[in-house]
Structures are given as C-alpha cells and as structure tokens.
Design a protein around this ligand. Structure first.
Ligand code: C2G
Length: 444
C-alpha cells in the first residue's frame, strides 16, 4: 500500500484545499493529513487563523479524502511522522516548492500545483476587520498598538483620553486616524473597545461601550466588585457582545498547556498552589494612590488568582489576607485560600520584593514555573526520582498581548468565549472586594 502524507493549517477550508487533498490522495492508496495545532501555527508566525484546530480537523474530515488525520505540533515532526507511519510520498502545494527537499532523504517529495485565485489569507481579508478603539493612552496602550499589528483581521482606528494633548500625541505616534474627543465619538468610529484606563474608570467605560453596542476588551483588574462584574457580563450577554478581561496569562499558550497538563494528573492530586507577583514601584505612582484604587491586591491579585482558580476551582472555603499597609494602600499582601482538599497562597507587592515564581505541589511531584511565571514560556515537572523530571519550553512572543488580542478577535468572529469563565471573572472581583471590605484582613 502506497502511503501519502500532507500537512496544512486548512483555515477557512476552501476549494484550494479540496483540490490539494484530492491530488495528494490520487498519488497513492492511503492519505494521512497532518493538521497544525493552534500553538504550532502561532509559533510559526500564523497569528491570524480564524478556525481552531478542532474546526479545521472537522473540515478536513468532511471533505472525505483523508484516510487518517494526525495533528502537527512541532517543527521537525514531519521526519518523525514519515518514519513512524512508513510514508512513501510527502505531498505539498507548489507554494512550498523546494522548501521540503530535505525530506527526500526519507521519502519521495511531490509539489502539487496550487489552485490559483483562492487562499485562506484572501478569505480572512474578506472578513470584515474588527475596528478597535482604545480608551486610555498610557503605557499598556502603547504596547497594545504594535502587538495588535501581529493579529490579522483587526485595526486600531481610534483612541480616546480626556486629556487632548495626550490623546493627540498618542494618535500621531501610532498613526491612529481618529483622535476621539469623547467616548461617544470613539464608539462611533469602532466596533470594539479596548479599555486601558485606570482601574477605577473601568466599570463606567465598559458599561458605556456595551450600551453603545461595542465589544469590550478590558484591562485587568477588570472591576473591583462582583456585582459590577455580574452586571457587565449580563449586559454583554443580553446584547450578544463579547466582554473579555485582558488577562495576558489566561491567553498565553504555555500557561494553558501547563494547566491542562497538570489537570491530567502527572503530579498526582494537587494539594497546594503558590504564586507571587511583586514589582517595586515608585511611591508617587498612581498604582500606590489609595484615591485611585491603587495597592498591591488591586493591581496584581488577578494574576495569581488565575492558576489558583484554573487548578483548584472557584469554590474556596475561606480566605485570609495578611497585609502590610502604607498611606492607605497595601504595599504587600499574602493571601491564604483554603479549599476542602487543598490550599492556595499568593504574595503580591508593589513595595516589597520577593521571588516571582509559581509552585504547584502534588502527591506525586510538583510543577515549578520560574519568574516571571505569568509570562509563561518554560516550566518543569519535578519528582522525587530526578530522572523523571521533565522540562517544557515554549515561545512567548513580544509583549504577549498578541495572544489575548487574538482570543478577543476570534471571540468576536466565532461567537466563542474567552479563556476565563464567567465564574472565574466574578470570583476574581469577589476576592478583591473582600480585601477592600477588610474581611479577614490582618495587618502585619
Ligand atoms: N493550497 C493549495 N491551493 C491554495 C491554497 C492552499 O494548493 N489556493 C495548499 C497549500 O499549498 C498546502 C495546503 O493547501 O499544501 C494547506 O495550505 P495551508 O492551510 O495554507 O497550510 P500551510 O501553511 O501551507 O502548511 O506544516 C504545515 C505545512 O508546512 C503547510
């Protein structure tokens, strides 16, 4: 039996893909199709795929030419697959002419004619681009604009800041066409809003944007009251709009792999999660201004709460906070969260520095994620028998914002939900609300 193998992303499955698979199948008796994973596509610079790996696999299956579908996860896998499956012919479209000649040492390589006049990129471009408007033009917004350029099907078209000079400077610097002089003017110019203003303004801006029919990506912390989070999520749902907290770590591919890996049991039952985020900050910074919702818990708690909730769930039994206060804000807080069969703790600080790593302890071993764990690109699973230790490496491109922007844009296109569940979003706000209300807060 002659075995043929081909690979592709097969995004927005089209006639060119059908022709390619038909021709590949005709070369032999058994066709294996390797479909790239979302992570592998991101690693090879394809940030703009519209369909996720499951949807793309379904499309390949439905076309009927594939006898076997496998997933392609990493560079170099093709050689291993050819050997593993005893492949006779590697086939690929002529746009790759010459590129895969190195596989000739392992099997026959055939470049098949590419179908002219159709491509996934063209189909993606035909989808209406999401026009993004930005509220707040500070440092995070300045990082957002260049990162947004890595994700197809969106354009930053407008920015608003109550300060006209700031706003003009920002729009000129990033060549943003509309310098909006009010939130309403911004809403008129865009389909979706990225809120990058100070924490205490998030609720109002998010509400106004949703009421104006705009999708919202809101910087974190999202809002500091559970009732406000619930109200905004309800409003978005009723209006058929996407409302997503801009949690970089939640969209980070390596972090998601860590969570699904740990949940599948390699370190046994998870008994403790500990993570910290500390950033020594100038005392005069707004981040330490009590009147502007500053403080370590407000600023940073949503980072460690993410692995805690993803690994232990949101049904905790109690939380105690140990806080070092100065000028009305916590410059450091350690929180201890008790679960029925586990405990979590985290440290956040703007005026105290500690090691920024994460450790997840289990009955068979532990996961170690070095600082800064919230920009996950590497982690280890460690065991009593060190020979069993495993190291995992991942790329973390640029500022990492591109991953959350990609999630946001695909939620808008596909009507899907972001990486955070409603319950996780609500409970993050709840923890911050409990702290602000002084519940179980012990000053140290
Ligand atoms: N194709 C084609 N005609 C088109 C468009 C695509 O024949 N008009 C072919 C491509 O040449 C490729 C296959 O369809 O053989 C899948 O194309 P993509 O989904 O764009 O995947 P690609 O990025 O080419 O991935 O490991 C992945 C492979 O390297 C190829």
């Amino acid at each position: 039996m002659k075995k043929v193998i081909t690979y592709g992303t097969f995004d927005l499955f089209h006639e060119g893909h059908v022709n390619l698979l038909r021709r590949a199948k005709a070369l032999g008796d058994w066709l294996i199709v390797g479909v790239t994973t979302d992570n592998f596509d991101m690693q090879r610079g394809k940030m703009n795929t519209c369909d996720n790996v499951m949807e793309r696999i379904e499309a390949v299956k439905a076309c009927g030419y594939a006898d076997q579908i496998i997933i392609e996860e990493y560079r170099g896998q093709k050689i291993e697959d050819i050997q593993k499956y005893g492949v006779d012919i590697f086939a690929i479209g002529s746009d790759w002419e010459g590129y895969f000649d190195y596989l000739k040492d392992y099997c026959e390589v055939v470049y098949l004619p590419r179908t002219e006049g159709i491509s996934s990129s063209q189909l993606r471009e035909e989808r209406p681009a999401v026009r993004l408007g930005i509220i707040g033009t500070g440092s995070i917004a300045s990082r957002f604009v260049p990162e947004a350029a890595f994700v197809g099907s969106n354009k930053v078209v407008a920015a608003y800041n109550p300060d006209p000079a700031e706003r003009t400077r920002f729009c000129e610097k990033f060549r943003i066409p509309v310098s909006a002089d009010s939130p309403e003017a911004l809403f008129t110019a865009c389909d979706a809003v990225y809120i990058a203003s100070p924490i205490y303004t998030h609720y109002e801006y998010a509400k106004q944007a949703l009421e104006a029919g705009k999708h919202v990506l809101c910087e974190i912390p999202f809002v500091l009251k559970e009732s406000e989070a619930a109200e905004l999520l309800d409003l978005a749902e009723r209006s058929g709009l996407v409302l997503m907290p801009a949690h970089k770590t939640a969209s980070c591919p390596a972090f998601n792999h860590l969570v699904s890996l740990l949940r599948s049991g390699p370190i046994g039952e998870i008994v403790e999660v500990n993570a910290s985020v500390t950033t020594l900050t100038d005392e005069r910074s707004e981040k330490l201004d009590a009147a502007r919702a500053g403080g370590s818990m407000n600023e940073n708690a949503v980072f460690p709460l993410l692995p805690v909730f993803k690994l232990l769930g949101t049904q905790w039994e109690s939380i105690d906070f140990f806080a070092k206060m100065r000028a009305g804000v916590d410059i450091f807080t350690k929180a201890v969260i008790r679960y029925p069969h586990a405990v979590a703790s985290f440290q956040v600080g703007l005026g105290v520095k500690t090691e920024g790593n994460m450790v997840v302890s289990g009955t068979k071993g532990y996961a170690y994620v070095p600082a800064p764990w919230w920009k996950t690109n590497y982690f280890e699973l460690r065991f009593e028998d060190q020979n069993l230790n495993k190291k995992y490496f991942y790329p973390y491109d640029g500022e990492g914002l591109r991953y959350e922007i990609k999630d946001f844009v695909s939620c808008i296109h596909n009507g899907s939900h972001g990486k955070l569940t409603r319950q996780e979003i609500l409970r993050m706000s709840r923890v911050q609300e409990l702290f602000l209300a002084g519940k179980n807060v012990y000053e140290i």
